[in-house]
Design a protein around this ligand. Structure first.
Ligand code: NI
Length: 248
């Protein structure tokens, strides 16, 4: 069984979404980023047994926040298939002009996670130190999704109780640094993900990604750690079930 711990699913991106979900040998956790995608996540988790979801406002979407935005998130956290708050975090790569507002929205959602005892799915791009400084103030768990920093920082997040989210970028030829991190850290600290429709792993780089491609991420981890892929899947699935309290 495969578990894609982070993807974005919508009928706008995938005209064959029903097929993609049905063909996934396992489960996927679809993340919302704004009002529209949060509502879509809620529809999908109701429609499909093997789709779980997370709700949140992504740092690049904070200019779209409406009076309803946090209500949609908060009102649905008691839905057993909404397993985390996310995708939330900081992004200084795409948006560099409103760091204070990003931090404020991030912290607001971390407080929600704290209040409802939910894990978080964290996005951090060119903002790793600020992300760390904020997360260390809260006693939460979750995933540092699509991890792209150093081994030292990975270890710091692990100490805080987070798992390191590893996706298709691991398979790229120029990903030596991430590959070293995967070799160094214990499998018990890793979650696998696709971030579909983005970041397709080799050999599909450049094409639209899909949750079943999480297999290629697991396969690369197996190669790097010189272990069997079934061991990678067994342990990373166990990590996902534990962190997101998946009822499977
Ligand atoms: Ni994402």
């Amino acid at each position: 069984m495969l578990i894609d711990t982070h993807c974005h699913l919508s009928y706008e991106t995938y005209e064959n979404l029903d097929e993609i979900v049905k063909n996934m040998d396992g489960i996927m956790i679809a993340s919302g980023c704004d009002d529209k995608t949060n509502k879509e996540v809620l529809e999908l988790v109701n429609k499909y047994d093997n789709v779980y979801g997370t709700l949140g406002i992504h740092p690049t979407e904070i200019d779209k926040i409406t009076s309803d935005s946090f209500k949609i998130v908060e009102d649905n956290l008691n839905n057993p298939k909404i397993v985390a708050i996310g995708e939330i975090g900081l992004d200084y790569y795409w948006i560099n002009y409103n760091k204070d507002k990003q931090k404020e929205i991030f912290e607001y959602q971390l407080k929600l996670a704290n209040k409802y005892n939910k894990p978080v799915v964290v996005h951090s791009r060119e903002a790793i130190q600020d992300t760390y400084d904020i997360l260390r103030k809260y006693n939460l768990r979750g995933s540092i999704h699509c991890f792209s920093s150093s081994l030292e920082m990975a270890k710091e997040f692990i100490k805080l109780g987070y798992k390191i989210g590893i996706g298709g970028t691991l398979t790229f030829k120029n990903s030596k640094k991430l590959q070293e991190i995967v070799k160094e850290i214990d499998l018990s600290n890793i979650l696998i993900e696709t971030d579909s429709p983005y970041l397709s792993p080799d050999p599909f780089r450049g094409k639209k990604n899909k949750p079943s491609n999480v297999y290629y991420v697991a396969s690369k981890i197996a190669e790097l750690k010189n272990i069997d892929i079934n061991e990678v899947l067994f342990i990373t699935n166990r990590n996902a079930i534990e962190i997101f309290d998946l009822n499977i």
